[in-house]
Design a protein around this ligand. Structure first.
Ligand code: IMP
Length: 194
């Protein structure tokens, strides 16, 4: 549609953009969603919120419109006490899903969650807003499914306990996922401003 203000999702992850644009498309929002990969600076910090705020401000000088970034983490609460958490990206590249499964292979009971933080820079007010989402579940004993990305093949949510996230469609994943929850909060916020 013409004359809609642009809203940029700053990400190099095409899977994330596909999830976000599918959810946006279902909503009657007066924004044109665009993807831009500006390679925001990733700091090593204790919380996703700190990482998200830093990422957001690291690209501010390159944009003249409202934009958001998203930072997610996979936390194996039992038995890994939240690992990999804020190290999820590095651990995925080094150990991968097989590595996580081998760390927990002697444990019958696991608990895990995904968390997502969306940080929005809203140009008209020049303010930063954070939106969070979380989904709880466990680690699958096997790698299963070929949809999604990252840790999806080893995560089973409490809401859909018969399938890993990698066995769900984008629509099904968005419905229950950490990112879907955070995004719906962002969308509600944007709707109130319109
Ligand atoms: P980041 O948000 O891109 O920093 O993600 C950190 C790590 O978690 C990366 O290795 C991602 O692949 C993984 N990750 C982020 N979101 C998801 C998700 O929705 N499903 C599975 N893995 C994810």
């Amino acid at each position: 549609m013409k004359n809609q203000p642009k809203l940029y999702f700053i990400t190099g992850n095409r899977h994330k953009f596909a999830e976000v644009s599918e959810l946006f498309a279902q909503e009657d929002l007066n924004y044109e969603l665009r993807q831009k990969d500006l390679n925001p600076t990733e700091i090593q910090a204790d919380t996703l919120e700190e990482v998200a705020r830093f990422k957001l401000s690291s690209v501010k000088s390159k944009l003249d419109v409202s934009y958001f970034i998203e930072d997610a983490g996979f936390f194996v609460d039992i038995p890994l006490k939240g690992f990999p958490g804020v190290y999820s990206s590095y651990v995925f590249k080094t150990l991968g899903n097989e590595g996580i499964l081998s760390l927990i292979k002697n444990f019958d009971d696991t608990k895990a969650h995904f968390s997502s933080v969306i940080a929005l820079y809203y140009k008209p007010s020049e303010q930063i807003y954070l939106f969070k989402g979380r989904v709880d579940g466990k680690v699958s004993s096997k790698i299963k499914g070929n949809r999604g990305f990252g840790y999806d093949p080893i995560f089973i949510s409490d809401i859909q306990p018969d399938k890993t996230f990698a066995e769900l469609s984008k629509l099904e994943k968005n419905h229950i996922s950490h990112r879907g929850i955070a995004l719906r909060k962002l969308i509600e916020f944007l709707k109130k401003l319109n």
